[in-house]
Design a protein around this ligand. Structure first.
Ligand SMILES: Nc1nc2c(ncn2[C@@H]2O[C@H](COP(=O)(O)OP(=O)(O)OP(=O)(O)O)[C@@H](O)[C@H]2O)c(=O)[nH]1
Ligand SMILES: [Mg+2]
Length: 457
């Protein structure tokens, strides 16, 4: 990202295509002068008032009529002088206006540069910047509402409260070290209470983040089973379209197919996979390798088996390892009920410690309502009463590091390490929080965050 704020930058701020209206945005010290070369308007601007103006090219040809607004610093999105030209949409006109702005001295903005300037001028912290991105990319109403809340600072507020508490604890013990006082056991017990309270708050943020992710990104769901069990039939049922090939030939699915599914407001990202079996078929074995890889990412694994015949031994072995994977939600479907179920449900329940088992006939659509209800129960049982919070992967990693660090601190506190050793933990926490909010963040991380933005944002 170019750090020069002396430049005035210009770009189309609305998506390309044939919309009724497009917005060309200028930001920087020369915005007003640049705009005055592009729009025809009598002198004098009242801030934040829309002016109806004609736009002409260098040869006095009128190319559009537009509403133009001037927002002087610091009361603008970027915190700089901003002019927005609300012109007609389409591919041609907005880009011609940007070209005119560039001819008048502006520079084309880099992707995300308007938001970068807003961040650098202190209009928003990094968590809010990322909320802008989440808002642009929101897939559902709930997702957009969550991102908007973070734009209003809800993640920042939670994290600031944690930072304040850590600073309080750290300040207190730094003072004790400075004065050379002995660290007595009563101090230790206060330190423990304070750190436990912070840890509880961080765990609360993690729960809210997990609930938020359920609403925004969708729960990563993978359908697995032996070949021919009915996985693709289920996938088609869930997405409400006949898209995956369904045939009586085992080994039909090879490539993974993924789609978003909305189950009464619960968003799932469901992947159909190649049936798992020992095979000599080279292409099929590639598909099976992908299926196994997808299990690591999955939060919900729906196991589909043909309950009308014996479960293949090699799949039972797969199941043994799947049920041992940590942090997975599992649902087992005994399919092909219409052919008469012979699978031993009790044995499966006991051997694999599975609570959620449904009998169904996916081909006939029998049991689908129960399956959807079970999915909802499994996915929402832990966090239905938790307030959701929009947290992205980068932020989540930092918050998890905070939790792990505070947990280690409490463990070391019990084993009697020195006070300055404990302070290291707290200082690490503060450093990471600053990384999250962008108060103290490397250029690498900034580049990574802003590289996700599109042009004009
Ligand atoms: N009788 C009966 N047949 C079913 C049922 N569900 C699926 N089938 C049939 O079983 C066969 C396999 O179904 P698929 O959905 O392709 O199975 P799959 O698990 O995706 O199979 P692979 O892609 O080979 O791994 C098809 O002929 C389906 O019509 C069911 O409930 N009852
Ligand atoms: Mg299939």
């Amino acid at each position: 990202m170019n750090n020069s704020f002396a430049d005035t930058i210009a770009a189309v701020a609305t998506p390309p295509g044939s919309g009724g209206v497009a917005i060309v945005r200028l930001s920087g010290p020369d915005s007003l002068r640049t705009a005055e070369e592009v729009v025809r308007k009598s002198p004098g601007w009242i801030p934040r008032r829309m002016y109806f103006c004609k736009i002409s090219d260098g040869e006095d040809n009128v190319i559009d009529e537009a509403l133009t607004v001037y927002m002087p610093a610091p009361h603008s999105y970027t915190g700089e002088d901003v002019v927005e030209i609300h012109c007609h949409g389409g591919l041609a006109v907005p880009n011609i206006i940007v070209d005119l702005c560039v001819a008048a001295g502006a520079r084309l903005a880099h992707p995300g540069e308007f938001t970068y300037r807003a961040f650098m001028s202190g209009k928003m912290d990094l968590a809010e910047v990322e909320a802008v991105l989440a808002l642009i990319q929101a897939r559902s109403k709930d997702g957009a509402a969550l991102a908007a809340a973070c734009l209003g600072g809800s993640l920042s507020a939670h994290i600031k409260s944690v930072k304040d508490k850590i600073l309080d604890v750290a300040a207190r013990y730094e003072a004790e070290i400075d004065y050379g006082d002995e660290f007595v056991s009563s101090d230790m017990s206060v330190m423990r209470d304070n750190c436990e309270a912070v840890l509880e708050e961080v765990e609360g943020i993690i729960s809210m983040a997990s609930r938020g992710r359920t609403l925004t990104e969708g729960i990563e769901t993978v359908l697995i089973g032996p070949p021919n069990a009915g996985k693709s039939t289920l996938w088609n049922l869930l997405i409400g379209e006949d898209r995956a090939l369904v045939t009586p030939y085992p080994g039909t699915t090879r490539d993974m197919l993924a789609e978003y599914v909305n189950l009464d407001g619960l968003c799932l990202h469901v992947t159909d996979t190649a049936g798992l079996r020992d095979t000599d078929d080279f292409v099929e074995s590639l598909g099976i390798a992908k299926t196994k890889g997808s299990l690591d990412r999955a939060e919900l694994i729906i196991i589909v088996i043909d309950g009308s015949c014996d479960i293949p031994e090699d799949f039972l072995t797969v199941l043994d390892s799947v049920v041992k994977m940590p942090d997975k939600r599992l649902l087992l479907l005994l399919n092909k009920q219409d052919c008469g179920l012979t699978a031993d449900e009790e044995m499966l329940r006991r051997r694999f410690s599975l609570d959620a088992i449904c009998r169904c006939s996916l081909k006939l659509g029998q049991g689908t309502a129960e399956i959807k209800q079970k999915i909802r129960d499994i996915c929402l049982k832990d966090n239905v009463n938790t307030k959701p919070l929009n947290v992205n992967q980068r932020q989540r990693q930092i918050i998890v590091k905070l939790r792990d660090n505070l947990t280690s601190l409490l463990r070391d506190l019990d084993s009697g390490v020195t006070c300055d050793c404990l302070l290291y933990y707290l200082h690490d926490c503060i450093r990471w929080i600053d990384e999250l909010t962008g108060e103290n963040v490397s250029d690498d991380i900034l580049d990574r965050v802003f590289s996700k933005f599109c042009l004009g944002k």
